[in-house]
Design a protein around this ligand. Structure first.
Ligand SMILES: *[C@@H]1O[C@H](CO)[C@@H](O)[C@H](O)[C@H]1NC(C)=O
Ligand SMILES: *[C@@H]1O[C@H](CO)[C@@H](O)[C@H](O)[C@H]1NC(C)=O
Length: 936
């Protein structure tokens, strides 16, 4: 969170008089409509590497691959520029680069290009550590041989290596180009097909050279000169490209340049704390994941990931952008061209062949890791506000949830709970008994989250600052002094989280002994970790600040928050007996963040456009590996109208991460403050989430094992349906549930496209709709449309409790929606909801299959070793069957050989009308057992 006023006038707000003054200032500021401070941030034209790269024409440089050979199981070559690119011979040493192509299992091609160490570069360029999974490296296929062939009308030969059955990787020698193609045929993804490749070598400054860059009173010394890299990437047979979060924009990425395209800024990847971001902009927000995914009807899906943590800018080029270049690619395939530009680092790129959407996500997460398995409570509803003032406030809010019969699992404390923004401390006036407060919450199965940000108050009496200073753990400024920036805590320094040693030290701070006032039910929230620096260039750390071993901040900027998140999550793993899974929410994101916890989309606003854009934002994060994400329900800034708030709860109940949050200048907005009717609607939305917790938790496990996200674009489930490709309004939760948000005021109708050929069952009314059509449905304020896909089984828990942890022993309901072959399938995953025991097999994983008039529960878990069994006495108390076409009247349970009651009646418990379904009452079969229920 961020408050503009404090930043501008630069005073802390502990003093009540100052605080009142600030409030006045803020309220008058709000009436003059503050919004995005565009001029505070650089555009491409103000960013020399971007401006230069964008100005380049196709084929403006060319490099050729020499000495192509196999060494250490990789294909290697020297890239040598052709003379025309060396305008300035005496300044540019011979620009020779080393290229390496490696092949990994599952059809993943890795391309690395770096300076040649033999040519003595002034320093080693930065390679991002601790992102690529060690397991992935062991999946390298050792190349034995390469074949050489002259392809199509090429003037030079190409080297070809095996990639996967049916796919191969090609390196064309001159001009150099790398691509993946179907064996002997169509291309999938290519790099440098348009000759935009450029690579600026590090240099030592000579007398008289001026490399400094100035922006808004800040000077970047750029000690090694410009060091950017850029190249083009093409995706073939693609209808759209997606990915490269984080920004508030449409899901399918619009072209940024090209004929007939309204030229915009390129998509920017640079982690920034953007105050009041706008809802339709290519501008980069708090996180950066340089993964682009293409999808098309004819070929399917492919992906390209550039592991690079420096500022990146990416243009999506409209068809015909290269018309004047004279280049014609040796293929008639349709394609989408893109232009990638980064300020520093190396080329370390991964090509993913797909061919299905889930294949690409699986391939990508095999490189960067699958999402962590959250604790069950973290999947439930979170209540946050900047700030819950004191212990009394916490107690009040907590008891009001019970009074209003609304479940919640986690109460959050923002920065004001600390002693003067010194993290790991408490304001003892406001929170004199933090342990007792947590214990009271824990008694109801609830948890507390406190905030820990990366800015460390430069206060000699603060233990963290003292230790960090003594140990020299801070990031340095360009002159070598501890970097000093302004943030919530006033004058602050920032830990050099790139160093593993500092991360371990940080992790120790979360032990129960070190974090005084913390108990096992307390978890953490990392905000401002872009890092946000109120008085820094573009509200962040200067690019020439220095990390360990002379790494410049510019080289790792986008991963700073990632390392901070990693260290914090590690701290929560290590504390106590190390049994419980961590929960850490982060605002800054990088590739791999999914391994460390949840992410939210930052400081949104209470308006309808932000409600709408939250869907493509969360979908994009899911597509790029971050399954556990959500937007602040209600909108952080501003006061939502009750209708908007209700709609936000109805949508947010389906976000993988479901949290309400609000800025401290907004009116209180706990669910019971907007009249009986609205309280009921919000309660209903939250109940919907709690009912679906078994389904969500099962999906989180699927994400944990396969990388396939909990929330999915429709085309991930229906890859050949074009009508879904740019649908930003509806989404799938898993493969069984389709949700359509309502994004306008006073909506009476909603247009909903239901894909496929099978039926969809409205989850509220049971009405069935045939797939393959757009429906104009009547809607009311009570709920948003959601549909269960025919052919699926969804596990639920329908009894309402105070929190998810109190539902653990509750019985299940299975909701079966039969398809036209009178069949359906679904899964249920259950473990203890908190420990790491599931990794030793302590879990229940069942597949429910309905066919031939019987429902079978099949075990999917391998037998767990002896003491790591997980058992559950939970039973299924109700089975709802929709779409049964024959009139069975009895149910027989095997092997118990018992009969169960069957009832034909209206689907809705509280309505006598409407579609009917069959309900099997009290079959009481245990979820842990094998059984069959036969209908006859
Ligand atoms: C699942 O999550 C756990 C921790 O939450 C993590 O350690 C593990 O690597 C993840 N992936 C798999 C396949 O278990
Ligand atoms: C019906 O559902 C079952 C189980 O999900 C599936 O195997 C089958 O292919 C489906 N039939 C049709 C016609 O979609």
């Amino acid at each position: 969170m961020k408050m503009e006023m404090e930043r501008q006038i630069g005073i802390p707000n502990r003093n009540p008089a100052v605080f009142v003054f600030l409030l006045l200032l803020v309220s008058c500021q709000l009436c003059s409509v503050v919004s995005w401070k565009k001029e505070e941030f650089r555009n491409c034209n103000q960013t020399p590497f971007c401006k230069r790269a964008r100005g380049r024409k196709p084929s403006s440089s060319s490099f050729a691959a020499h000495d192509v050979s196999i060494s250490d199981g990789d294909l290697t070559a020297r890239l040598v520029p052709s003379d025309k690119t060396l305008e300035d011979q005496d300044q540019i040493q011979i620009k020779q680069l080393i290229l390496t192509l490696s092949v990994y299992q599952d059809g993943i091609l890795r391309l690395r290009i770096d300076e040649d160490p033999k040519l003595d570069p002034p320093k080693k360029r930065f390679e991002v550590p601790d992102v690529v999974m060690p397991e992935f490296l062991s999946k390298k296929l050792w190349l034995q041989r390469l074949s050489t062939e002259t392809i199509g009308g090429d003037a030079s030969p190409s080297s070809i290596v095996y990639l996967l059955d049916g796919y191969e990787a090609v390196l064309r020698h001159d001009p150099f180009e790398v691509y993946v193609r179907k064996k002997g045929g169509n291309r999938v993804v290519s790099m440098n097909s348009h000759g935009l490749f450029d690579f600026e070598l590090l240099r030592v400054k000579k007398d008289g050279e001026d490399w400094e860059e100035r922006f808004k009173g800040h000077t970047d010394t750029r000690p090694f000169g410009p060091q950017s890299i850029s190249f083009d990437v093409s995706f073939y047979d693609a209808d759209h490209v997606y990915g490269i979060p984080e920004r508030a924009t449409s899901f399918a990425l619009k072209p940024t340049r090209g004929p007939g395209v309204e030229e915009s800024e390129p998509y920017r990847l640079f982690n920034l704390d953007v105050f009041e971001y706008i809802h339709d902009s290519p501008f980069g927000l708090y996180g950066s994941i340089p993964l682009m995914i293409s999808h098309g009807k004819s070929r399917g899906t492919s992906g390209f990931f550039w592991l690079n943590a420096a500022e990146m800018q990416i243009d999506v080029l409209g068809t015909g952008w290269d018309a004047e270049s004279g280049i014609s690619l040796p293929t008639s395939q349709s394609r989408i061209d893109t232009h990638w530009m980064s300020e520093a680092g190396i080329v370390d790129a991964f090509f993913f062949v797909g061919p299905g959407p889930k294949d690409v996500v699986r391939q990508y997460t095999s490189v960067t890791g699958t999402p962590a398995m959250p604790q069950l409570f973290a999947v439930a509803y979170h209540q946050c506000r900047w700030n819950y003032r004191d212990e009394e406030d916490v107690e009040q809010v907590d008891s009001k949830f019970d009074e209003h019969d609304i479940p919640y699992d986690v109460l959050w404390l923002d920065i004001e709970h600390t002693d003067g923004k010194r993290y790991f401390t408490w304001d003892r006036m406001l929170f004199p008994h933090p342990e007792e407060m947590q214990r009271k919450l824990a008694a109801k199965g609830r948890h507390l989250v406190t905030i820990v940000d990366p800015h460390i108050k430069r206060d000699d009496s603060y233990f963290l600052h003292k230790e960090a200073t003594e140990k020299q753990y801070y990031v340095r400024d360009a002159t070598g002094k501890d970097y000093d920036g302004w943030c919530w805590s006033g004058s602050s320094s920032y830990l050099d989280m790139l160093r593993p040693e500092i991360r371990s030290w940080w992790a120790e701070k979360f032990s129960f002994e070190n974090y005084v006032g913390s108990t096992p039910s307390l978890y953490i929230w990392n905000d401002m970790n872009e890092p946000s620096v109120f008085n820094g260039p573009e509200v962040t750390m200067p690019r020439d600040a220095l990390h360990v071993e002379g790494v410049e901040h510019r080289e790792l900027h986008n991963a700073y928050g990632y390392y901070f998140h990693m260290a914090t999550a590690d701290g929560l793993v290590k504390r106590g007996d190390g049994r419980d899974r961590p929960f850490v929410l982060s605002r800054a994101v990088f590739a791999g963040s999914q391994r460390h916890g949840a992410v939210w989309t930052g400081d949104n606003s209470a308006d309808w456009d932000h409600l709408r854009v939250s869907v493509p934002m969360v979908l994009t994060l899911g597509l790029t590996g971050i399954s556990f994400s959500g937007a602040d329900v209600g909108g952080f800034f501003g006061n939502p109208e009750p209708e908007l708030l209700v709609r936000w709860y109805q949508l947010g109940a389906y976000y993988p991460f479901f949290r309400a949050h609000a800025h401290h200048d907004t009116k209180r907005r706990e669910p019971w403050l907007f009249g009986e009717k609205n309280t009921e609607r919000i309660r209903e939305a939250i109940h919907t989430r709690y009912m679906l917790l078994p389904y969500f938790y099962t999906l989180f496990r699927e994400a944990n094992t396969t990388g396939v996200p909990v929330i999915r674009p429709l085309w991930m489930e229906f890859p050949s349906e074009e009508a879904t490709f740019s649908n930003d309004e509806a989404f799938m939760i898993g493969s069984s549930l389709l949700v359509q948000g309502i994004y306008t005021e006073h909506a009476r109708h909603a247009s909903v496209y239901l894909p496929g050929k099978e039926l969809w069952y409205d989850t509220k009314t049971g009405v069935a709709y045939k797939g393959g059509k757009t429906y104009k449905l009547d809607v009311n304020e009570e709920s948003i449309p959601a549909f269960q896909r025919a052919g699926t089984i969804i596990p639920r828990k329908d009894r309402f409790r105070r929190s998810s942890t109190q539902m653990v022993n509750d019985p299940y309901t299975l909701v079966i929606a039969l398809n036209s072959s009178q069949a359906a399938e679904g899964e249920l995953y259950v473990d203890d909801g908190r420990s790491f025991g599931f990794q030793e097999g302590a879990y229940i994983h069942r597949r429910f299959v309905f066919s031939d008039g019987k429902l079978t529960s099949v075990n999917m878990a391998p037998a767990a070793p002896g003491q790591n069994q997980f058992s559950s006495e939970c039973v299924i108390e109700r089975i709802i069957l929709q779409g049964l076409s024959t009139g069975q009247k009895s149910a027989l349970i095997e092997p118990a050989n018992q009969k169960a009651e069957i009832e034909l009646g209206p689907l809705l418990l509280h309505s006598k009308k409407g579609p009917t379904a069959i309900t099997i009452r009290k079959p009481n079969v245990r979820i842990a057992d094998d059984w069959v229920i036969k209908l006859f």
